[in-house]
Design a protein around this ligand. Structure first.
Ligand code: BES
Ligand code: ZN
Length: 643
């Protein structure tokens, strides 16, 4: 058994490495139903679970990680509160699970087998698992195994890792993929504490979104225990297994990564503790104990994922100049907006991401100054404008989409993030920063460890801000922000001097200026991104060749800059850079960096053919979620051929 948590704490404290934390984690509170529950039960269109009858209070996992079979095997135990005394069936979410046995027990009694039935698989939701619950049953234990194709798991061969010597596994539960590796009530309406025992091959380390023992080399016995005492929604349950090392970056912060990466990661994210302190000063206590980062291999399909206590991050944010640390600010901010106050359904997604984007910009400004804050806002607003033109369904351009029948992963666009943040920036401008910061802090404090709907926020806004300052912002204006597919006319668009300079440089370049005369040496990733994104649509081969020769974009070690370049390459069919573009699509699996390139390629028949060929070679290296997303882009292009 690896070092226990208390033994670890004791040894760290005696070594003077850890002082007693100033904000102790609260005792687990029972998963409270959202505030509006009494009025009308909330239905989550993305879950089969009968949450009006039962609520999970504690989840216990005991899983063995089998890399050869690409399966997790073991048991999930759920302690349940019975809300409806007459209910005799518990319905859980599953996807592609093989269920071997289901047992029930009274709170302290022994387990006995019970009847169960796995329903037909819905393409979006998966299969409901219906379990017969005798009147006194308060627990269920499910013995199961996952499928090698589980949508929430990626099994990597050693060649897909930095060290090339050990396999790697990681989970991605958001939005509705937890059900592909755990049978559970997979809805953000329900919060539960969890405990886990994870058995891995010896020598590898398992980490989870929970209290982790920071195991060193000689305690890697392949048997690890975890506890998440705070109740969290299912989409935040996370596990990774690999050849991992840990390096501290502060009192409460550190990074886990493969040995080849850990030093660069610790340098890149040296500001994390500072960010944490600034967040606490503005938004209230950090309620999760530690905040660590886990750097994943390049196939991780997102930039970051806010798993509590342990953000998962793409290695593409390690650029060597700390220019993408806003990602850490973002995932850290989720410790308030998202993990503490959680969107009740995926229709309320902007409550997680719009708030977090606003908080990110706020923190970036706080730490690095107003210019940096404006850069982050400007890049977001710029992306939003492009996205609004792409989205055909009007409700997809609003903060209140109805995603019933659709995959919630399809709503991960700039709208919930950037339109949400623009709305909050508007309110901040109207009511003043001090007032608005305090208002947000009040929202987090009053809704801590709860799930909230958009309506809950609007009621709170009305009561705590609009009504107290009559005549500043009308309810009609708020409704316009939430329900209109447009951006209200009086939105406060960000303005950034750094980007204005980039606009001028781009004009000069297009007018024939030399690379040296542009003075780009100090440009940030964001400035390069903006330089490329606002290039005209009419560059010919000579202009593209001149760009690449001057700035070496095809060989950029910065995957963000490279991705923006390859978008242009695909759009302008600049064939000379196709081999480099193909290497990019084969080496990175972060959707933000590959999907736009595939989308550009798919816009012409020859491009589509190339995209299909590249995808055929690259797809095995992609995460199942990324695989699905690219498939959707290509299928759609086939179904609606370009003129
Ligand atoms: N929670 C999201 C990632 C996510 C959203 C996963 C929806 C699955 C479904 C995370 O916090 C996020 O927003 N990541 C961004 C980071 C960026 C905005 C700084 C990403 O991955 O690009
Ligand atoms: Zn986010």
């Amino acid at each position: 058994m690896a070092l226990s948590r208390s033994a670890l704490l004791a040894s760290l404290m005696s070594a003077g490495l850890l002082s007693v934390c100033c904000t102790p984690a609260p005792a687990p509170t029972p998963a409270a139903p959202p505030e509006t529950h009494a009025a009308e039960p909330i239905v989550d269109p993305h879950s089969h679970a009968n949450t009006e009858a039962f609520r999970t209070q504690l989840l216990r996992l005991d899983l063995t990680v089998d890399f050869d079979a690409r399966r997790l095997r073991g048991t999930a135990e759920l302690d349940l509160a019975r809300i409806d005394g007459a209910a005799d069936t518990l319905v859980l979410d599953t996807r592609d699970l093989r269920i071997d046995r289901v047992e029930v027990a009274e709170r302290e009694g022994a387990y006995v087998a019970t009847d169960y039935e796995l329903g037909a698989a819905d393409p979006v939701l998966g299969s409901p698992l219906r379990i017969r619950m005798p009147a006194a049953a308060a627990r269920v234990r499910i013995t199961y195994q996952t499928s090698p194709e589980a949508s929430g798991l990626q099994w990597l061969t050693p060649s897909q890792t930095a060290g090339k010597a050990h396999p790697f596994l990681f989970t991605q539960s958001q939005a509705i993929h937890a059900r592909s590796w755990i049978p559970l009530q997979d809805t953000p309406l329900v919060r539960t504490a969890y405990q886990a025992r994870i058995r891995t091959p010896k020598g590898l380390l398992a980490v989870m979104s929970a209290e982790n023992a920071i195991a060193d080399a000689d305690t890697r016995d392949g048997d690890y225990q975890f506890s998440m005492p705070q109740p969290i929604p299912s989409y935040l349950i996370a596990l990774a297994v690999g050849n991992l090392r840990f390096q501290a970056t502060g009192r409460r912060t550190g990074v886990y990564a493969e040995p080849e990466v850990v030093k660069a990661a610790a340098w890149e994210f040296a500001d994390t503790e500072n960010m944490l302190e600034r967040c606490e000063a503005i938004f209230g206590p950090y309620r999760w104990g530690r905040y660590d980062l886990l750097i994943l291999p390049p196939s991780f399909p997102y930039g970051g994922m806010e798993n509590p206590r342990l953000t998962f991050a793409s290695p593409t944010v390690i650029t060597g100049d700390r220019s993408l640390v806003s990602l850490v600010a973002h995932e850290l901010a989720h410790s308030w907006s998202g993990n503490l106050v959680t969107n009740a359904t995926w229709n309320d997604f902007w409550l997680n991401e719009g708030f977090t984007t606003h908080l990110t910009n706020r923190i970036m400004e706080e730490i690095y100054g107003p210019a940096r804050g404006n850069e982050e806002r400007a890049i977001g607003a710029n992306d939003l404008k492009d996205t609004l033109e792409l989205l055909e369904i009007p409700s997809d351009r609003t903060l209140a989409p109805d995603l019933a029948g659709r995959d919630p992963d399809d709503n991960v666009t700039d709208v919930p993030y950037e339109k949400g943040a623009l709305f909050l920036a508007y309110l901040e401008a109207k009511f003043g920063r001090a007032e608005f910061d305090a208002f947000l802090r009040g929202w987090f404090d009053s809704h801590a460890f709860r799930s909230a709907r958009t309506g809950d926020f609007l009621a709170y806004l009305e009561r705590e801000l609009l009504a107290r300052h009559p005549g500043v912002v009308s309810r009609a204006k708020v409704d316009e922000w939430i329900h209109s597919p447009e951006i209200p006319d009086d939105a406060v668009w960000p303005q950034s001097d750094a980007f204005d300079r980039v606009d001028r440089s781009r004009d000069e370049w297009l007018g024939g200026a030399t690379a040296a005369s542009l003075q780009t040496a100090q440009w940030s990733t964001r400035q390069w991104q903006y330089f490329l994104d606002r290039m005209p649509d009419t560059l010919d081969d000579a202009a593209m060749a001149r760009l690449d020769a001057a700035f070496d974009f095809s060989d950029s070690p910065n995957a963000i800059i490279a991705s923006r370049w390859f978008r242009l390459v695909a759009r302008h069919q600049y064939r000379k850079a196709y081999p480099a573009m193909q290497r990019h699509l084969e080496s990175v699996g972060r959707m933000l960096l590959i999907n736009p390139v595939y989308r550009e390629l798919a816009a012409t028949p020859e491009g589509l053919e190339l995209a299909q060929a590249v995808f055929a070679g690259a797809r095995d290296g992609y995460h199942p979620i990324a695989r699905d997303a690219v498939e959707k882009i290509l299928d759609r292009a086939v179904a609606t051929p370009a003129p």
